[in-house]
Design a binder for this molecule. Structure first.
Ligand code: CA
Length: 744
């Protein structure tokens, strides 16, 4: 009897099963505290769910799928929450996109926020707007006291933050939101600003406190842009998160008094993997662990920036009262202090402390880059290895640092006298099965050639190359037998394919003979590797626009990849204005690799990625790698890359151009073809060990940011010296140009 009396609060609570949006609309108007709406298993197309209700702390209103993973929201679907004490769980958004500003919003319009509500066990998988420059959030947190936990978000391809906390009114500030135990899966390089995984606040609201807790999440390959997390408000806590192979940094971009503690950054040696970037006042960075990070500059393992005196809200407030203590940084590339110092960012850090940090002992010793006066940082009780190349400030001991892995998998010093330095022994590394949902598969590596392991042999005599291409599955390899394979019409490739000859030795007589001015048009999902082949253009009927491999019938959501290895390209003189690889606006390649190949008498660029002309900081290839090739009589430039505008949010484009042999490249037929290489706004370029003979100039235009340009160890024979232009930067040359030989 007593037991029964103890639970009457739940009397009348109902499970409302609904099978379509009309039924949902009927029940949503009459929800009582404690009610549950159950969406029937199945696919719900074009369903904009507007959940409105007033639950109670002890009797929330719940919306859930019938079984976890059983309810798919597809097409143009979305979810808004309005009211309080609402819970949403067990939904999957995939195979579509929202037409709204957010897939999930804790607000149904100005002032109609949700408070004390929770979204949990929800999946958003590739639910991106088709046009990659069309912006939205996947999750927008408004109101107060909301929790977003144990969700799985992966594969956002369009512009806009994956999860944003919006502070645009008193009802959403000092919000106490919790964002915890989520799996933030791979986000590909966006190729412009707006690829953050989390942003809390905006510059305009950065004087307000958000007081949001971001705890125990995993960020797996979150490579959207330089900021994995962009903290743009005060009073936030970032605690116990795991950053795995993510290019970028947790950035305290605007706002004061944030705490970053107990986070683990594991870069696994991937480029641009960073740690924590400190800007503004009263920031505390303690007990974090960094290993295997390769980022430098703004993506160093630790970056303390220089600020702008009396900074406007959208620039850089100088670092003041920062406490950076008990962090461990091993096998990482760089620590940068006073980062970004220039004429505008002239205010160095003040009243700050850097103590009990352990910088050591295994693998690469982190370099120290000091870009301004750091007299305002007090150093105490830090340790670096004796072999650290740079001078370290006083307050840093140089001594051997031997380390072993602790039970949590992290490295700790064996020397007991160092026990108080670096990250704590009991630092908890969040486990993969503690985040996200258990019933939805995590994403694999992307764009991996040969993934299926299927090898399909194509006989030259049978003439069935095009049929084999049509039948192949993504991840297959087509192996062409020696002989001539006729390519009679262009194909649209929407899968990841390798086409190769049977062997390196047979590459010369395994020929793909084009009878068409285009070979492969890469469309959504497509990526191509060509290997051990000769590509022959002798049968092309004169045509003034050839593009052998191209992207671009509108926007591509997923980034593509193109690899050319040991191919010979001949007899394209029937074409004019040809491009071997041509990347169109609104498409993006994670990588274009051209290696150990030969291009003879080719009438145009080999890699052309210059069409993104809006000057919004967009570009079309993240990593261009051109190594060990021979270029003979190629109309230039062999590589042309363009990234216009003033944005500083991307790591790319980057170019490695090493060990190539160029003769008569960029013949001066016309002005635009006179360059051997033409780069504009490239963030990182290494042009080394090339022989450049009777060719046009290497032309580089450097724009904003901190571009790294290295032109070393090349031989120029009857070829001009590199032409380097700085558009905005006025200081001494930033390019490393040297050790080159110039002959007549
Ligand atoms: Ca950004």
């Amino acid at each position: 009897m007593i037991l029964m009396l103890a639970v009457p609060a739940h009397a009348g609570a109902a499970d409302r099963h609904v099978r379509n949006s009309a039924e949902f609309a009927r029940v949503v108007g009459s929800l009582q505290p404690g009610d549950t709406i159950v969406l029937a298993d199945g696919t719900w197309r074009d369903f904009d769910i507007a959940l409105v209700g007033e639950g109670r702390l002890d009797r929330p209103i719940t919306l859930r799928g019938e079984t976890p993973g059983g309810v798919i929201l597809s097409g143009n679907s979305s979810l808004t929450l309005t009211g309080q004490w609402l819970v949403v769980r067990d939904l999957v958004f995939r195979d579509g996109h929202s037409t709204k500003g957010a897939v999930i919003s804790f607000r149904a319009g100005k002032g109609r926020v949700a408070n004390n509500s929770r979204v949990t066990n929800v999946v958003i998988d590739g639910f991106s707007k088709p046009d990659r420059v069309d912006s939205d959030y996947w999750v927008a947190l408004y109101g107060k006291g909301n929790r977003f936990d144990h969700n799985h978000l992966t594969g956002k391809t369009n512009q806009g933050v994956t999860l944003a906390v919006v502070l645009d009114g008193d009802e959403s500030r000092e919000n106490g939101h919790r964002i915890d135990h989520n799996y933030f899966g791979p986000r590909q390089p966006l190729g412009s600003n707006g690829g953050e995984t989390i942003r809390i606040g905006t510059s305009g609201n950065s004087m307000h406190r958000s007081e949001t807790l971001v705890e125990a999440n995993i960020f797996d390959r979150c490579d959207g842009e330089v900021e994995i997390i962009s903290s743009k408000s005060g009073g936030n806590i970032y605690r116990g998160n795991l950053f795995l192979r993510s290019s970028g940094a947790l950035t305290l971009r605007h706002g004061d008094d944030n705490l970053v503690e107990g986070n683990v950054f594991l870069g696994h040696g991937k480029p641009h993997t960073g740690g924590i970037r400190v800007i503004n006042r009263g920031q505390t960075v303690r007990n974090n662990y960094m290993e295997g990070l390769r980022g430098t500059g703004f993506a160093s393992a630790l970056t303390v920036m220089n600020g702008v005196p009396n900074s406007p809200l959208n620039r850089y407030v100088a670092v003041d009262r920062a406490t950076i203590e008990n962090n461990t940084i091993v096998d990482s590339a760089r620590i940068t202090l006073g980062a970004g110092a220039d004429e505008e960012r002239s205010a160095p850090p003040t009243n700050s402390t850097f103590r009990r940090n352990l910088i050591g002992g295994v693998g690469a010793i982190p370099g120290l880059a000091v870009e301004s006066d750091i007299g305002g940082i007090r150093f105490a009780d830090n340790v670096v290895p004796q072999t650290a190349p740079e001078p370290w400030p006083g307050g840093t001991m140089r001594q051997p640092v031997d380390m072993v892995r602790g039970p949590n998998g992290l490295l700790y010093p064996t020397d007991a006298t160092l026990a108080e330095l670096g990250a704590r022994r009991d630092l908890a590394v969040v486990a993969p099965d503690a985040v996200g949902v258990r019933w939805y598969a995590r994403p694999d590596e992307r764009n991996r050639f040969g993934d299926t392991g299927r090898i399909i042999t194509v006989n030259a005599a049978s003439g069935d190359l095009l049929a084999a291409l049509a039948d192949a599955r993504s991840g297959d390899t087509l192996v062409l037998s020696p002989g001539a394979h006729v390519f009679s019409r262009p194909i649209r490739l929407d899968k990841v394919l390798t086409i190769r000859g049977a062997s390196f030795a047979d590459a010369g007589n395994t020929t793909v003979r084009l009878v068409t001015s285009e070979m492969v048009d890469l469309v959504e999902g497509g990526a191509l590797r060509l290997q051990d082949l000769t590509i022959d253009g002798s049968r092309i009927v004169a045509n003034d626009q050839c593009a052998i491999i191209r992207t671009g019938d509108g926007s591509m959501q997923r980034n593509t990849a193109i690899e050319l290895s040991h191919i010979a390209v001949r007899n394209f003189t029937g074409c004019v204005h040809t491009q071997f690889v041509s990347l169109a606006p609104n498409t993006m390649a994670d990588r274009v690799i051209v290696e150990h190949s030969e291009f003879v008498e080719f009438p145009g660029p080999i890699l052309n990625a210059v069409e993104e002309r809006d000057d919004e900081g967009r570009y079309n290839v993240e990593h261009a790698v051109v190594t060990g090739n021979r270029f003979r009589s190629v109309e230039g430039p062999v590589v042309a890359l363009y990234r216009g505008g003033k944005d500083e949010s991307t790591f790319g484009p980057s170019l490695i151009f090493v060990g190539n042999d160029l003769q008569r490249v960029g013949a001066p037929n016309s002005d635009e073809q006179r360059h051997a290489i033409a780069l504009h706004g490239v963030q990182s370029a290494r042009i080394s060990g090339n022989a450049i003979d009777r060719s046009g100039a290497i032309a580089v235009v450097q724009t904003v940011g901190t571009p790294r340009l290295v032109i070393t160890g090349n031989t120029f024979r009857a070829a001009p010296a590199p032409e380097i232009t700085e558009m905005t930067y006025a200081g001494p040359s930033r390019a490393e140009v040297g050790d080159n030989i110039y002959e007549q």
